[in-house]
Design a protein around this ligand. Structure first.
Ligand code: ASP
Ligand code: MG
Length: 404
């Protein structure tokens, strides 16, 4: 039996017309390719956000199991609607909630991880049905309680089901045609990427491009599941997420991402002694603040250092407060929320020299000042003033010839 996973995101099931459109795609796959389909659905767009708001009127404690009971209802609804529509167009279908599959998770409510999926029941059900509509984003814990997988988690449901049923492709339907070389709203020449590697997409999502739930990509990478990211509004091929070996032409840079959700904090006049950076960052980590980019400078006399780092913008004020109230000595603290992180990502970087040089020269030619730099094997990120974002992204897109 050949099983395909088709996952439809919030906008693709955003209203009844769109659900009908999605059902048509499922039906044609069943008829043309003689496949059994597991349809994974998200909640209709906006629904989960509203459920969070309604919960927040009573509580902010997302570790409360009832948070998951409330949040999972969005997917319960859309799975029921999708299955009803499929039945109405002659497809034998039924819905399954996470607990009915069952998708077994740990008991970390609001951010549960999948432990195992029993695929026996799915295989049995396929004797009577051609499509099974599984509610994404949810599972059940050993304590027999409903869990959710973290916001955006339906992608992870889809990939986990692909692994459990040994299906070789997972199609993720969304409202964009695939993954683009840069944000098409900012870079007019941005192009759809045909093939991207798991590593690249993970780096791009940490750099601000959110297309897939990062955990779904990690899982797909571990088990070699091909992901096809495509639009439910056209029949065009989207972007394939594949292993590095499958990508023959390794462009030096595959994509350019940007993120506005950071703030930078600088501490000046810190005594230059061993252990100080350790103290500062352990303080922030105890306050659950995630530090991303870091630079340290030492003054000429070697007595003082200054430290600049970035934190998520919503944690900026809290970070400043935590540092001011701590025992850590410094002369001055400043922060800036008008910054933007611009990153170039590409597996080809590993085997090419001069990639960083091109990036820095391109920005210099546009008179853009770089505040902080950080790198990984396949990514270079710089921090710049947010006003310069558009110019920087377009100039870099040209410099690496991504429009070709
Ligand atoms: N409905 C959930 C959310 O909005 C899960 C998902 O859409 O993937 O986060
Ligand atoms: Mg999503």
């Amino acid at each position: 039996m050949s099983i395909t996973i088709m996952k439809f995101g919030g906008t693709s099931v955003g209203n009844l017309d769109r659900i009908k459109k999605a059902a048509k795609i499922v039906k044609s796959k069943i008829l043309k390719e003689k496949q059994k389909i597991i349809v994974v659905v998200s909640a209709m767009s906006g629904v989960t956000n509203n459920l969070v708001k309604s919960f927040n009127k009573i509580s902010y404690d997302i570790d409360n199991p009832e948070y998951d009971v409330i949040l999972s209802t969005g997917e319960q609804y859309s799975s029921g609607v999708m299955s009803t529509v499929l039945n109405s167009v002659g497809i034998r279908s039924r819905s399954l909630q996470g607990w009915q599959v069952p998708i077994l998770t740990d008991n970390n409510h609001s951010k549960a991880r999948i432990n195992s999926i029993n695929s026996e029941q799915i295989k049995k059900l396929f004797k009577s049905f051609d499509a099974l509509v599984v509610a994404g984003f949810q599972g059940i814990s050993r304590e027999n309680r409903i869990t959710t997988l973290g916001r955006g988690g339906s992608d992870t449901t889809a990939v986990a089901l692909a692994i459990a049923t040994k299906s070789n492709c997972c199609e993720i339907f969304t409202d964009v045609e695939g993954i683009f070389s840069s944000d098409p709203r900012i870079v007019k020449k941005a192009k759809k990427i045909k093939k991207i590697t798991y590593e690249e997409i993970l780096e791009m999502s940490s750099a601000g491009s959110k297309v897939l739930h990062p955990r779904s990509v990690e899982l797909a990478m571990k088990y070699g599941i091909k992901i096809h990211v495509r639009s439910s509004f056209t029949s065009k091929t989207g972007t394939m997420v594949v292993k590095e070996e499958k990508k023959l032409e390794k462009e030096i840079v595959t994509g350019i991402s940007s993120s506005d959700y950071e703030a930078n904090i600088s501490l000046k006049g810190i005594p230059d002694k061993p252990g100080i950076a350790g103290n500062i960052f352990s303080l922030l980590s105890r306050a659950n603040i995630n530090v991303d980019m870091i630079v340290q400078n030492i003054t000429d006399d070697g007595k003082y250092a200054s430290l600049t780092f970035t934190v998520p913008v919503e944690d900026c004020s809290r970070s400043v407060k935590v540092l001011k109230e701590s025992k850590i000595k410094f002369k001055q603290i400043k922060f800036d929320k008008n910054i933007c992180k611009v990153s170039i990502v590409g597996v080809g970087m590993k085997s090419n020299v001069g990639v960083a040089k091109t990036m820095f020269e391109t920005l210099a030619k546009k008179n853009i000042n770089i505040q902080v730099i950080s790198t990984s094997e396949i990514k270079i990120s710089v921090l710049i003033n947010s006003k310069e974002k558009k110019v920087a992204l377009n100039a870099l897109h040209n410099a690496y010839n991504l429009h070709r």
